[in-house]
Structures are given as structure tokens and as C-alpha cells.
Design a protein around this ligand. Structure first.
Ligand code: PSU
Ligand code: MN
Length: 366
């Protein structure tokens, strides 16, 4: 088996590189949640605890950031602590920032969008976070729509989150995802969770029963999605190499006999696709996992803080990339420690669910 070249901008930690090469499950983790999503020192503690949770559930964590212009998948504890200490002074890096950071050898904490890009370049298909960006309230006039949504439309990564925070317009966010063909799936739930609370009053597209079903949907989504050779520069998983070998066998059979069984034909088509394009072309999926019941906050408790934070942002003319971090920080201040504690618990639970899905997806590829 020849190992394809890794991407020129990508650095995998030795642990992540080994896991990917051996076809073991890996879960990507973002770093804007560390720098801009939580205060020091809870941000560093949470980032490390999330990594432990991923390991406890059978996968290898790959925390992602840009350091010295390099796209890092897998950070050391020291690198995580450095980002956590810098906090909001770190560059919040979304898709449009990546090329500049690379060219100028800068450091950046990656948003959901940028983390998806780097995960996909590495060949990582599952990603756990807290909340994704979305369509902001008032977007009809501000046009403030998170680049996370466009990334979900184009980049083949399943994002496990606690739904969508109600600083955003949940109805419009659902419409946007629908337009762009992004499945919005509930993890053992029918209602779209709203981050601190388990039910936003909006539905998901479908309920997932378990990790095997999530893996089956991901697999099918990426068989349907248009092939894109740019994704998957990481070490080629052994499973893909095996599929390619099977495809070669099936092709030989066609040559020798002039015909082939249906199962072999399907395997051959899948394997040729997988071998040529990496295992997973197509766009992303959202898997929304409600905050554990015992940590959920009543909606009324958070709504007042959100309304006040939105009014303050408006009065202070806060917009663009500053908007989401401002709202997150203000809601956290206004609700005291309660929302931060809930935030930590939901991220940990998303890490558990994502690890299970990564294990099931990898088994599916074998
Ligand atoms: N929502 C949260 N917590 C977060 C974020 C969003 O509940 O930490 C962060 C994520 O990194 C997300 C980013 O990708 O904010 C979205 O920023 P923007 O709306 O500027 O795209
Ligand atoms: Mn925005």
C-alpha cells in the first residue's frame, strides 16, 4: 500500500497520524470554543476533559488549530493551554482566515467551519463541539449567517453538537440547512435541541436510534455526495486500502468471466470511489444531541439573558466575527456560573456520542 502525500499545510500529531493510518476512530475537536467560547481556566480544563471523554469511549481526539501557519490536527496539552490563556485575544479563524494565517505563519483558534476543513483534509469524518454557528436573528437585514453553515454544505464531516443556541434564529437556520442539503439529525430525540435546553420547539429532520444508524446515514450521504478529490489528505485508512484491493479483485473477476455478482459490483463501485477520492466525498451532517436532562436549564432562565445580550450588541454596534463571541460571553456573565456549567456538561456529552459514532463508522468501513 502506498501512503498518499499528506496535505502541504497539514501537521498530524503522531498519535492522530497512527490512528488514521491504522483505520482507528478519530474525533475532531475545535479550538474557538477554547479561546472564545469559555473563560480561563475552565476552557483549558474542559478541552482536556473532552479529550479524555473521547478516549474513554474508544476514539482518539484530534484538537484542531492553526499554529505558526500550520494546520494542526492533534495538539499537545501545552498548546491547548496556550490557546486557552490567550483567550479572546487569539485570532478566531473561520474559512476566510485560513489562507492568510498560512501565508503569514499566524496562529488561529478554529471555528466549526475551519475545524471541518482541517478535519476533512486529514480524513477525519466525525467532529464534536458545543454549538454551531447559524443564521443570526435579524439576518434579513444584517446578512449575518455563520460560515459554519456554508461549510456544512460542502465539507464531508459529521458535526455532533447540542443543537443551536437561541442567540440565533433557529427557524431560519433550519431553512438554510435544508436549502443546502445538510441533514439535521436528532441523537435519540425528535426535537431540535437549543443548547442549554433540550427542546427548541423546532423539529429535526429525523431521529437517530444509535451509533450504527448514524454511521449508516453518514456512509450513504457520502456515497451520494459529489466526489471531491481535495478531501482526505491524511494517511489512507487501512479499510480503504482493503476496499481498493477488493475492487481490483472484482475488476479481475469481470475481466475473467465477463460478469460479476451484484454485491461485488456494488463493492467495486464503492471501493473505486473510495480509493480515488478518499472515503467520504460530499457535504456535512449535523447530529444534535440534547444536553443531559440533569444539566438542562429552563428556557425562560436563558431567554432573558439572550434578549439582553442581543440588545446590548445592537446598541454597541457589534457585528461580524465579534458578534458570536460577544453574545456567548454576555449570556455567560448574565446567567452567572449556571450557563457555563451547563455548557461544559453538554460538550462532554457530545464527545461521548461522537466517539461512539466514530467507532461505528470505522466498523462500517471495515
Ligand atoms: N456557538 C456556541 N459556542 C461556540 C460557538 C458557537 O454555542 O463556541 C463558536 C464556534 O466556534 C462556532 C463559532 O463555529 O462560534 C461561530 O462563529 P460565527 O457566528 O462568527 O461564524
Ligand atoms: Mn457572523
Amino acid at each position: 500500500m502506498t501512503t498518499p502525500p499528506t496535505h502541504p499545510l497539514l501537521d498530524l500529531s503522531p498519535e492522530v497520524a497512527a490512528a488514521l493510518a491504522e483505520g482507528r476512530p478519530v474525533v475532531a475537536l475545535e479550538s474557538t470554543i477554547i479561546s472564545h467560547g469559555m473563560p480561563w481556566p475552565q476552557n483549558a480544563q474542559t478541552a482536556l476533559a473532552v479529550q479524555r471523554r473521547v478516549r474513554e469511549h474508544g476514539a482518539v481526539p484530534a484538537t484542531i488549530a492553526v499554529l505558526g501557519g500550520r494546520f494542526k490536527a492533534g495538539l499537545s496539552d501545552d498548546e491547548i493551554e496556550r490557546l486557552a490563556r490567550i483567550g479572546p485575544a487569539a485570532v478566531k479563524a473561520s474559512r476566510r482566515d485560513l489562507a492568510l494565517l498560512a501565508a503569514r505563519r499566524g496562529d488561529g483558534a478554529t471555528t466549526v467551519a475551519a475545524t471541518m476543513i482541517i478535519a476533512a483534509l486529514a480524513g477525519i469524518r466525525v467532529f464534536a463541539t458545543g454549538g454551531i454557528g447559524g443564521v443570526h436573528r435579524g439576518a434579513a437585514s444584517t446578512m449575518d449567517i455563520s460560515a459554519d453553515l456554508q461549510e456544512l454544505a460542502r465539507t464531508p464531516v459529521a458535526v455532533v453538537c447540542a443543537g443551536i443556541k437561541s442567540i440565533l434564529d433557529l427557524g431560519l437556520t433550519r431553512e438554510y440547512l435544508e436549502t443546502h442539503g445538510v441533514p439535521l439529525l436528532g441523537w435519540q430525540c425528535d426535537a431540535l435541541p437549543a443548547f442549554y435546553s433540550r427542546d427548541s420547539g423546532h423539529p429535526v429532520d429525523a431521529r437517530l436510534a444509535d451509533a450504527a444508524e448514524a454511521a449508516a446515514v453518514m456512509h450513504a450521504h457520502w456515497l451520494i455526495g459529489p466526489p471531491d478529490g481535495a478531501h482526505g489528505w491524511g494517511p489512507r485508512p487501512a479499510a480503504v486500502a482493503r476496499l481498493a484491493t477488493r475492487a481490483a479483485g472484482a475488476a479481475d473477476a469481470v475481466g475473467a468471466m465477463g460478469s460479476v455478482g451484484a454485491a461485488d459490483a456494488v463493492n467495486a463501485v464503492n471501493a473505486v470511489g473510495a480509493a480515488a477520492f478518499g472515503p467520504a466525498p460530499g457535504g456535512g451532517l449535523v447530529i444534535a444531541n440534547p444536553i443531559p436532562l440533569e444539566h438542562a436549564l429552563p428556557r425562560e432562565r436563558v431567554d432573558g439573558a439572550i434578549d439582553q445580550a442581543l440588545a446590548e450588541a445592537d446598541a454597541q454596534g457589534i457585528h461580524g466575527k465579534a458578534s458570536t463571541p460577544f453574545l456567548l460571553a454576555r449570556v455567560a456573565e448574565l446567567t452567572g456560573g449556571v450557563s457555563l456549567a451547563a455548557n461544559i456538561q453538554l460538550v462532554l456529552d457530545n464527545a461521548r456520542v461522537a466517539a461512539g459514532i466514530a467507532v461505528a463508522y470505522q466498523q462500517r468501513l471495515q
